[in-house]
Design a protein around this ligand. Structure first.
Ligand SMILES: NC(=O)c1ccc[n+]([C@@H]2O[C@H](COP(=O)([O-])OP(=O)(O)OC[C@H]3O[C@@H](n4cnc5c(N)ncnc54)[C@H](O)[C@@H]3O)[C@@H](O)[C@H]2O)c1
Length: 248
């Protein structure tokens, strides 16, 4: 089950963290994987690691928020690895994320959250979906956040605006492409253990019903399913992956 041999996947923001975990798992299931990141050295390092482990990978550094770069990057990737079957929109801005109540925020600080978390998803989908439609098979997965669907008093509303925009966009993408063998699903994450401060991490973990934060491997397992033939009847969904944290 979940054999991705012969498939070509692109994971954005895969130079570290959740995206790296997803790319590794797709590779272990047989896919050739494009490793995108804004930082070329991260993409190169991680792609080399996959190749050293016996997988097939190519670094593909570009900025997902810039459509021309996305189009050129995906065209180059397809020239080298073959037509894209699976797109995982994982790039996002948690790194260095500002935390401030909206009434104290500055408009110029909002834009990057929407540019990367919403436009980044739309740009990659626009550049990838045509080929999937023509070939009658495709899988699009977008990594979102619980913050896109529930209100939190954490000062992250611009991030939530970008993430919830992506959720609405993916729902329409799914319906537009459902008859063509192309699925589109969103995974809304709770807090993931990604090198955060250990004290804060331990404190937050206590509020998660299963008693721990998520790991990149937890996310990767769901993405492998969503990238597979077996998930053909799953589309248009936003799957909450959060250790049982309340979402209403
Ligand atoms: N870590 C969490 O607790 C958490 C919770 C909910 C949702 N998420 C979502 O999961 C995804 C991955 O999060 P993470 O914790 O691994 O983040 P991370 O910051 O560790 O990794 C994100 C990667 O994306 C890259 N990136 C950022 N902007 C980019 C751009 N414009 N173009 C290409 N690459 C870009 C970064 O360079 C980085 O390597 C994000 O979409 C995030 O919003 C994370």
């Amino acid at each position: 089950m979940f054999d991705l041999s012969g498939k070509v996947a692109l994971v954005t923001g895969a130079g570290q963290g959740v995206g790296a975990g997803i790319a590794r798992a797709l590779s272990e299931c047989g896919a050739a994987v494009g490793i995108n990141d804004l930082h070329p050295e991260r993409a190169e390092r991680f792609a080399s690691g996959i190749e050293a482990a016996g997988g097939r990978a190519l670094d593909a550094a570009f900025d997902v928020s810039d459509y021309a770069s996305v189009e050129a990057g995906i065209a180059k990737l397809q020239d080298r690895l073959g037509p894209l079957d699976v797109l995982v929109n994982n790039a996002g801005i948690p790194e260095g994320m500002g935390v401030e109540p909206f009434h104290e925020s500055s408009p110029e600080n909002w834009r990057p959250y929407v540019d990367v978390n919403l436009y980044g998803v739309m740009n990659c989908c626009r550049a990838a979906i045509g080929g999937m439609r023509e070939r009658g098979w495709g899988r699009v997965v977008t990594i979102s956040s619980g913050a896109g669907t529930i209100g939190l008093n954490l000062g992250v509303s611009p991030y939530a605006a970008g993430k919830s925009g992506g959720i609405g966009f993916m729902r329409h993408l799914a319906v537009e492409n459902a008859r063509l063998g192309v699925t589109a699903n969103t995974v809304a994450l709770g807090l993931i253990n990604n090198q955060g401060d250990p004290d804060t991490t331990a404190h937050i973990a206590r509020s998660v019903p299963v008693g721990r934060l998520g790991e990149p491997e937890d996310v990767a397992a769901l993405c492998v399913y969503l990238a597979s033939d077996e998930s053909a009847w799953m589309t248009g969904q936003t799957l909450q992956l959060n250790g049982g944290y309340p979402t209403t």
